[in-house]
Design a binder for this molecule. Structure first.
Ligand code: ADP
Ligand code: MG
Length: 161
């Protein structure tokens, strides 16, 4: 498991980070996005959508719709595991098929279904800073290939094991 982080980013920097992710990351990817309510999970997905040429406003909090698919320069499957009761309910949604798709599957609250997430998931944790408009962003994954992609991001600090 490797770890990398970007400290104290404002909204505009999150937007630039999303652009850089769309530029550097593979077209098939699973992102497990974690962090408390209001941490900025949906905001990150909106910036990723915008960077992929998708109207940002079409990306809403998927808490009630469970799955939204958006097609841009990359296809985005956007989900939210917050209201799921257990991993079975998550699997019943057909997520394993999504994981195989040549697309990005972005799952908010993915820590709730961690046991059935793919081993090559790129985990992104957002956490608040003392200053209310800033966030810390931490990337972790078991997938060593993804480490090379993440190392291209601006301001990234790779942490020793
Ligand atoms: P979540 O999906 O994690 O519950 P949202 O993305 O819906 O969170 O909400 C995050 C809120 O925090 C948004 O209103 C966003 O504009 C605001 N915000 C302020 N600064 C930042 C930042 N640096 N990164 C992300 N969101 C931020
Ligand atoms: Mg959200």
């Amino acid at each position: 498991m490797w770890r990398a982080e970007i400290k104290s980013v404002n909204l505009e920097q999150v937007m630039r980070l999303a652009q850089s992710m769309v530029t550097h990351f593979p077209s098939k990817l699973t992102l497990g996005i974690t962090g408390t309510l209001g941490a900025g999970k949906t905001t990150l997905v909106q910036f990723i959508a915008e960077a992929a040429g998708i109207e940002k406003e079409s990306v809403t909090s998927p808490t009630f719709t469970l799955l939204q698919t958006h097609r841009g320069s990359v296809t985005l499957h956007h989900m939210d595991a917050y209201r799921l009761h257990d991993e079975d309910e998550f699997l019943e949604l057909g997520v394993e098929e999504l994981f195989e798709d040549d697309a990005w599957t972005l799952i908010e609250w993915a820590d709730r279904v961690r046991d059935v997430m793919p081993t090559d998931t790129l985990w992104i944790d957002l956490s608040p800073c003392e200053q209310s408009d800033l966030r810390h962003i931490e990337f972790t994954s078991e997938c060593s290939k993804l480490h090379a992609h993440v190392s291209h991001l601006d301001r990234i600090e790779i942490q020793p094991e």
